[in-house]
Structures are given as C-alpha cells and as structure tokens.
Design a protein around this ligand. Structure first.
Ligand code: CA
Ligand code: CA
Length: 179
C-alpha cells in the first residue's frame, strides 16, 4: 500500500530534503561515522543505534537504552531497521538499530534506494546479522561486501532466520540498503 502524508502539502518536500541529506552522509562518511572517537558517541554496550541523520553511533546495554540515548534532546526518532546477532530476534548477543531524526516512513516502491549503510564492519557488525526486523514500511536488502557491492539478498521485511532467505544470509552481510 502506498502511504501518503495528506495533512500538510509541504511535508513531502521536507521529507525529500531530509533523505537527500542522510544519503550524502552515508555515501560520504558511512565508515567514519562509526569511528570510536566520535565526540558524543557512547560506544560501550552490545546494543548500538546508528542515527543516519546525525551520522552517530550510540551504544548501550539494551536496545531500548540505546534508542533513548540516541534520542536525547530530539523530539522524536524513527527506527527503520534492527539487525540481531541471534536468530529469532534474540537480543542476548547484540543488536544494530538504524534510526533517523523525526518521523519517517519508507515509500512503497523499492526504487529509489532511500538509505544505505555502507560498512557494517565499522560498527563491528560485518558477517553478524542473523535475524532482521524492519519498521515504518521499510525493507532491507543485504550485501556480501561493503558499499552495497557483491551478491545481494532479496528485499527482506521481517525474517527470524536470515538463513531462510534465498542464498542463506545469516552471518554474511557487510552492508545494506533500505527502501
Ligand atoms: Ca549472528
Ligand atoms: Ca521505498
């Protein structure tokens, strides 16, 4: 289903502007983002949030605490994707959550690509995701290598065991696209 914002005619323009900014961050500085020296980033903890709008990695002891820390001083953030080290959305061994500032819903079509996380390895997440959950109408496509290169998976909505995706995708992804 196509989701539209009908309340304010200017909304879609603002949304496009936000996407463009986020894309430029991920394309230009996706690896840099995840460097541990980032000024405000709290990187201790197995549950990390990567905020695309602010190009920031925030980690904590639970997914909820990481989301809360990421959202400090911000009216709202939207969670687009969560990757789990474990199958069945298990949180024992860590999660990687993708957020943007504000309210964001992915478009129904798979083109254009709305966001790209170019290097999961920079966050310690290369070859690690074993289940995936998406939100706000987003889906993910996983890639073997960084920069969305190499073999890719199908588009995935929610999948409790990434090995059931064609080709077998548990412990394999090096980057991913969102749309
Ligand atoms: Ca895993
Ligand atoms: Ca889309």
């Amino acid at each position: 289903m196509v989701k539209r914002i009908t309340k304010h005619s200017g909304s879609s323009d603002r949304k496009r502007a936000m996407v463009a900014v986020a894309l430029s961050f991920t394309a230009a500085a996706g690896a840099l983002v995840l460097a541990p020296s980032a000024a405000n980033a709290e990187t201790a903890g197995d549950h990390c949030v990567y905020n695309l709008t602010r190009d920031e990695l925030t980690c904590s002891d639970t997914p909820e605490a990481a989301i809360a820390a990421d959202a400090v001083g911000i009216q709202a953030t939207s969670t687009l994707v969560r990757l789990y080290d474990d199958a069945n959305y298990g949180t024992s061994n860590g999660t990687f959550t993708l957020t943007v500032d504000g309210t964001y819903n992915c478009t129904a079509a798979y083109t254009p690509i709305e966001f790209t996380v170019v290097n999961l390895g920079s966050a310690g997440w290369s070859n690690r995701a074993s289940s995936a959950h998406t939100y706000h109408s987003c889906d993910v496509k996983l890639f073997d290598n960084s920069d969305a290169t190499g073999t890719s998976s199908t588009w995935i909505d929610n999948l409790a065991n990434l090995n059931t995706a064609a080709g077998g995708w548990a412990n394999r992804a090096g980057s991913f696209q969102v749309s």
